[in-house]
Design a binder for this molecule. Structure first.
Ligand code: 5GP
Length: 187
């Protein structure tokens, strides 16, 4: 038995509602610490450096990769995203469950490097609903939406690699199922 607090990885295609489900899970269980990722993407309006992401230059990101500072990282729709390693370890050692909200390639890396991680895949009720959600976001240009749709289709195929697949039909229920499985081992 590991005496580290749980490491929970939440993944799934863009537009499935990962951040909404994660926000609700954190509200239901405030003991969970949400990892802040590093990214080379530019901030969207309202995003705060160090809170939503650490917004890095290409060079700064290269440096983190080279020094082994990232637990996992991946390129996604033209930008790089990664999980700072030390903060995850520190919170787990302090007894705080850690949650990563990341895309599928990163989840695979965690699967192979962290034996006791719990991998949760969020799936949309239907592929049509996913496309509708992606389009209705309204924060991205058409070309960006098209790129994300393509990635999302490939990501859906990865569901079988995860410990559990939860369908995000209703946010509260999905968040509760996530906690039941990943924290309490139910389901
Ligand atoms: P967005 O640009 O919409 O914030 O995020 C794009 C995608 O990158 C989402 O699927 C998000 O979950 C994922 N992502 C965010 N942080 C990380 C990270 O640290 N590592 C990986 N592999 N993916 C991440």
């Amino acid at each position: 038995m590991s005496d580290l607090a749980p490491l929970i990885v939440v993944s799934g295609p863009s537009g499935v509602g990962k951040s909404t489900v994660v926000t609700e899970a954190l509200r239901l269980d405030p003991s969970i610490w949400l990892s802040v990722s590093a990214t080379t993407r530019s901030p969207r309006p309202g995003e705060v450096n160090g809170e939503h992401y650490f917004f890095l230059s290409q060079e700064e990101f290269d440096e983190l990769v080279a020094t082994g500072g990232l637990l996992e990282w991946a390129e996604y729709a033209g930008n790089r995203y990664g999980t700072p390693r030390e903060a995850v370890a520190a919170h787990r050692m302090a007894g705080q469950p850690v949650l990563l909200e990341i895309e599928v390639q990163g989840a695979r890396q965690v699967r192979s490097s962290v034996a006791d991680a719990t991998l949760v895949f969020l799936a949309p009720p239907t592929a049509e609903i996913l496309e509708e959600r992606l389009r209705n976001r309204g924060t991205e240009e058409e070309a960006v939406v098209a790129a994300r749709l393509e990635v999302a289709t490939a990501e859906l195929a990865a569901a079988g690699e995860f410990d559990v697949v939860l369908v995000n039909a209703e946010v509260g229920q999905c968040a509760q199922a996530l906690l039941d499985f990943a924290i309490r081992g139910i389901g």
